[in-house]
Design a protein around this ligand. Structure first.
Ligand SMILES: [Zn+2]
Length: 439
């Protein structure tokens, strides 16, 4: 009968874990197990009437920490009682699950590990994996789940971990390993996101183009290039990237660190003009670009020039903006800051810009998404407006306000909130005063 009760308890934990999987950050409702106390007490009473029944009561009241302590005491008094050990494992498991629901991930991880050490239950493994994933240890979390057999929930968790690993590795420039995890995700047979599949098709094109490329490891960058005569260009660009790291860092007070395991060096890759077009399929007017890695078409580059230096600062700024804002920056601010830091200013073109926007309804909201589909002429105007709007913020409120907007976006704030929280006027009012300054 006790095992029957344990089974019920297990169902309850399964259920709550299932809720956690669906909504990892929400607090799951936990159906307290409705155990038949009389029969359990009977069995436990044989072993150790007072401590064990108190432990059982504590568990039923949801005081799992107390249950853990009492079960440990009971086991000390009756070391051979397997039921007590199982009950202790479920007390650890429930305590861990409670910590998980409060987002106390380290505490959850520790207690799921304790539970597993006593009782090799899949439900504990799933909880442990969720805690580890929350702590950023995706690879370890996947390894925990990989040993679970025939469990749909574990499989869908695994698929999401593999896709996250693949995306992170893609961002850090490890194309081969990113594709390996993509294949693992596909092997789970869980349907994958369409845009993710598209991203992988691009990764494959990159992998094909970059087969046999050489790699130069700098302090903060990994630069890939086709060997032979390009080695010198690779070297020049590595140096320029390191310079950009310190220049952009000093300008906005941010130096990405390469110390985090899954967030390694920033990747850069140098393509021939043809490779660049066929791999990226970007707009005809686009030169270099940043899409998680800095990609540069190197046709014609033979030496360090001011133009090349500016281009590197521009693309590296995108990498920094991406990191600070966690990819949430509006394109006008991203392109505006990149142009500003490469040294461009609106002042010489102000009259021209005023003519261009005369009679037009200009809205920054139209410039928040990608410029890739714009024609060359439209793109030129979009870039000029981006620079002008960003410059307006910098001149009126300081460069640190731009960083503050990016940081707030990175913390999940809306653009409206991030702007008003950083420059103390609303997005609409800012747009109005900026446009007034142009006309
Ligand atoms: Zn750009």
């Amino acid at each position: 009968m006790v095992f029957f009760n344990l089974f019920k308890l297990r169902v309850a934990i399964c259920l709550s874990l299932f809720l956690l999987v669906a909504l990892p950050l929400s607090t799951p409702s936990f159906a307290r197990p409705n155990l038949n106390q009389n029969t359990s007490f009977l069995v436990l009473a044989e072993a150790n009437p007072n401590t064990a029944s108190k432990a059982f009561g504590a568990f039923n009241e949801g005081d799992y920490l107390k249950a853990i302590i009492l079960y440990q005491l009971a086991i000390k008094e009756d070391p051979d009682n397997e039921v007590l050990v199982k009950n202790l494992s479920f007390s650890f498991g429930s305590y861990a699950r409670e910590a998980l629901s409060k987002d106390e991930l380290s505490l959850a991880k520790e207690n799921f590990e304790e539970a597993l050490a006593l009782n090799d239950e899949d439900v504990f493994k799933k909880g442990l994996a969720i805690s580890m994933a929350g702590l950023g240890d995706l690879k370890e979390a996947a390894e925990v789940l990989e040993v679970i057999e025939d469990d749909a929930e574990a499989l869908s968790l695994l698929a999401s971990l593999y896709t996250r690993l693949s995306s992170e590795l893609k961002l850090s420039g490890d194309t081969d390993l990113a594709l390996e995890y993509y294949e693992k995700a596909r092997a789970t047979n869980i349907p994958l996101d369409k845009s993710f599949n598209k991203g992988v098709a691009k990764l494959r094109r990159e992998q094909k183009a970059e087969a046999g490329f050489d790699k130069a490891e700098g302090s903060h960058f990994t630069v890939k290039f086709e060997g032979g005569e390009n080695a010198e260009v690779g070297y020049i660009i590595s140096l320029l990237l390191e310079e950009a790291y310190f220049f952009v860092g000093a300008s906005i007070g941010y130096y990405p660190s390469a110390s985090r395991q899954n967030n390694a060096k920033i990747g850069a890759v140098l393509y021939s003009k043809e490779q660049f077009r066929s791999v990226n399929r970007s707009a005809k007017w686009s030169g270099a670009l940043y899409d998680g890695r800095i990609k540069i078409p190197i046709g014609g580059i033979t030496e360090k020039t001011k133009l090349l230096e500016n281009l590197i600062v521009h693309e590296y700024t995108h990498a920094v903006v991406h990191r600070i804002s966690k990819g949430q920056a509006p394109v006008w601010l991203n392109e505006g800051l990149a142009q500003y830091l490469e040294g461009l200013r609106t002042k010489d073109k102000k009259a021209e810009l005023a003519v261009q926007i005369d009679g037009k309804k200009i809205s920054l909201r139209n410039l928040e998404g990608s410029f890739q589909r714009l024609s060359r002429g439209e793109a030129e105007l979009a870039y000029a407006l981006s620079l002008s709007a960003t410059e307006y913020i910098i001149n009126e409120f300081g460069l640190f306000s731009v960083r503050s907007i990016l940081e707030r976006l990175g913390k999940g704030q809306s653009l409206e909130r991030a702007v008003s929280g950083s420059i103390y006027i609303s997005y609409d009012n800012f747009e109005e005063s900026w446009l007034a300054s142009l006309r």
